[in-house]
Design a protein around this ligand. Structure first.
Ligand code: G3H
Ligand code: 13P
Ligand code: ZN
Length: 324
């Protein structure tokens, strides 16, 4: 069942965070749906209520252009039929104004992100407000971003600029966005922190204090870049140096401070890379794409179960269903 992020945030606020996972292809989609139902290697396994979780499926502009955006929609509609127990939102990740309108008009997305965070405050507000007005007319909710993450984000090379609480108040008031992505020290990709850097909980706390009660916050760049997967990639011939991510034990403290949505893309790519590298190394005679594909879907599903455990969303599916 496709719902809005707003419906999911109402249930999660202050207690746990919803995992927002990016997809680009079929194997990621199947692994994601299975994982959120606590299934691993097959669609036919029973749903595990202790691990099943609501989730957000995110589609970036890069994913929409990878083949043809219509394939993604067809794949997701099919997954919704194959796995009728799921509850999820379909969300445009890092949209431009044009991409947001395209998704709003498609009637398929339940949520869009307008990312005008690279613009000056007034312009960011104006662009976001235009998108909000158009989205709300159709019952679609809008995530906006204020502040800049580090690292590479689509075609924008960002330099870290943490969100200012006072600006956040003005931004939310004037843009009327439904949730706000804040910059609190994370960055996209597999190289997030150096030395003793970490999340700025003080900034998060100050933002929460000044925004309206229960206003949902979003944390981008939240992959944990697990050492286990980086080591597996490197042992199988990869060359990922100095990779680092967010400490998974910081997800729940962030959720307690109003972070309802935690974005994970890089970790899924690491799982994909490790499984395929190992498969090519260990079965050099194989040239069928399905054996590594099956291994990946199972490994990704298991990884989603693990991640949802850390986010606190594991086991929340039944409660969310009741709340709808
Ligand atoms: O924030 C960026 C996401 O990880 C999406 O990445 O634009 O390469 O699909 P992508
Ligand atoms: P990661 O690169 O940490 O997975 O972040 C993904 C993200 O923020 C997508 O919007
Ligand atoms: Zn992001």
């Amino acid at each position: 069942m496709i719902v809005t992020t707003e419906q999911l945030f109402k249930h999660a606020y202050g207690n746990y965070a919803i995992g927002a996972y990016n997809i680009n292809n079929l194997e990621q989609t199947v692994g994601l749906f299975r994982g959120n139902l606590g299934k691993s290697a097959s669609n036919d396994e029973p749903v595990d209520p202790s691990t099943s979780a609501p989730f957000i499926l995110q589609i970036s502009r890069g994913a929409r252009g990878y083949t043809d955006k219509r394939f993604l929609e067809a794949m997701i509609r099919t997954a919704d039929e194959v796995f009728p127990e799921v509850v999820f939102a379909v969300h445009l990740d890092h949209g431009t104004e044009e991409a947001c309108y395209d998704c709003i008009d498609s009637g398929f997305y339940s949520s869009v992100m307008i990312d005008a965070s690279h613009e000056k405050l007034d312009e960011n507000i104006a662009i976001t407000r235009r998108v909000v007005d158009r989205a709300h007319e159709k019952g679609i909710v809008v995530e906006a971003e204020l502040g800049q993450l580090g690292g590479v984000e689509e075609d924008i090379v960002g330099s870290v600029c943490l969100t200012e609480p006072d600006e956040a108040v003005e931004f939310v008031e004037k843009s009327v966005c439904d949730s706000l992505a804040v910059a609190i020290g994370t960055s996209h990709g597999a190289h997030k922190f150096s030395g003793s850097q970490g999340l700025h909980f003080d900034v998060l706390e100050n933002i929460k204090k000044v925004l309206p009660e229960n206003f949902p916050l979003v944390m981008h760049g939240s992959s944990s870049v697990p050492k286990e997967w980086v080591d597996r990639i490197n042992t199988a011939g990869g060359k990922l140096k100095d990779a680092s991510g967010v400490d998974e034990d910081q997800y729940l403290p962030a959720a307690k401070l109003g972070v309802c949505k935690i974005n994970i893309d890089t970790d899924g790519r690491l799982v994909w890379c490790a499984i395929h590298r190992e498969s090519f190394r260990d079965t050099p005679e194989n040239f069928d794409l399905r054996p590594p594909g099956k291994l990946f879907m199972a490994a990704y599903a298991d990884y989603i179960v693990h991640k949802n455990g850390k986010l606190g969303s594991a086991g929340q599916l039944a409660g969310v269903r009741k709340s709808l």
